[in-house]
Design a binder for this molecule. Structure first.
Ligand code: XMP
Length: 327
């Protein structure tokens, strides 16, 4: 049986050698646990599920089926990268589900943040369950549960994402090969498994994705504006040495328009808000002092390259009084 609790004397995985040893141990454990049976994994493309996928591909190859649900709230290039890395490079059994319209139709007109989150969570389970039912003889469900998830759910801080949400007819035994690892260890293991750096060192990204960065009722034009401006922000932070230095950065497109001028004509368009924060544990956060020249360059690019945007703002508010995300 796999180890379910982190042994007190377990050394922190800080070197490639320790990561390799952990991988070898897990490969043996997973093979012993699942035998010749099939395993299913919801692969979001986030750090934890990506590392679990890479590890299981190594351990059991085609016995694993990964399901990637594109709910339309992912960052630019993410679904494409999941397909490229896992299907094309690692030869995984990958089911790609384009559920964009399904999610956005359900979310149309819904402005309450909690209701939005619930719709996204429930719809995700429904889509995943539909895919699971299409496969026969699956006995195991793999999950990217990590040690802080266990600690937080024990303390009642959050219910960690687990199989609990799946309908009654889908009963699986869990495979959780990174369950006893801290986040930095998961990254170390992922790097050793050959995952690309931009996947392994990915910033925290909320489950409801870009949905929380389009406050109020999600519209396709604001969602596109968030996705495109986020891509520009990430590209410019990478070019200017801020990637890996700033803890989290992203854009928000609030649900108000303001007046502008373009080519001598009056416009009435959205504003993009830039947020860049530093923190240790996300309980409090300070704001990154972005150089003014970079702010000007970002403003220039966003107002010229992102459709329907005529204004760029910077959020100077620490946490507290604000939270990191806008909803
Ligand atoms: P707040 O906005 O509460 O965010 O200051 C703190 C950190 O948590 C991330 N966040 C989430 N992560 N699911 C997640 O996995 C969520 O629903 C969620 N909401 C916020 C946020 O990006 C920040 O890093």
């Amino acid at each position: 049986m796999p180890v379910l609790v982190r042994p007190e004397n377990m050394a922190r995985i800080t070197t490639p050698e320790l990561a390799r040893a952990y991988i070898e141990e897990q490969i043996a454990d997973v093979r012993a646990q699942v035998g010749g049976n099939k395993v299913l994994l919801a692969l979001s493309g986030g750090v934890d599920s990506s590392v679990v996928a890479a590890l299981l591909i190594k351990a059991i190859g085609s016995q694993l089926t990964c399901v990637h649900v594109n709910h339309g709230l992912l960052r630019k290039g993410e679904p494409e990268q999941v397909i490229e890395v896992f299907r094309n490079q690692m030869n995984a059994n990958l089911v790609y589900v384009d559920a964009v319209d399904r999610f956005l139709d359900k979310l149309a007109g819904v402005s309450d943040p909690e209701t939005k989150r619930k719709i996204i969570g429930n719809e995700f389970i429904e889509v995943f369950a539909e895919e699971a039912r299409k496969l026969s003889d699956v006995k195991f469900l793999a999950q990217g549960t990590i040690w802080p998830d266990i600690l937080e759910s024990e303390k009642g801080i959050k219910a960690h994402h687990n199989a609990g949400g799946l309908p009654e007819d889908l009963k699986f035994e869990l495979v959780e090969p990174v369950r006893i690892l801290f986040k930095d260890e998961v990254r170390m293991v992922g790097k050793e498994l050959g995952l690309p750096d931009n996947m392994v060192y990915r910033q925290p990204f909320p489950g409801p994705g870009l949905g929380v960065r389009v406050p109020g009722a999600i519209t396709r034009d604001r969602l596109e504006a968030v996705r495109e401006s986020d891509a520009i922000l990430r590209e410019e932070f990478a070019k200017n040495g801020l990637e890996g230095k700033v803890w989290q950065y992203f854009t928000i497109v609030p649900d108000f328009k303001s007046t502008g001028i373009r080519d001598g004509k009056r416009t009435f368009e959205w504003a993009v808000v830039i947020r860049a924060v530093n923190t240790r544990d996300a309980m409090t956060a300070t704001v990154e002092p972005i150089p003014f020249e970079l702010m000007q360059h970002l403003t220039d690019r966003i107002t010229h390259e992102v459709a329907g945007v005529n204004r760029v703002l910077y959020d100077y508010t620490p946490k507290p009084s604000a939270t990191i995300e806008w909803e």
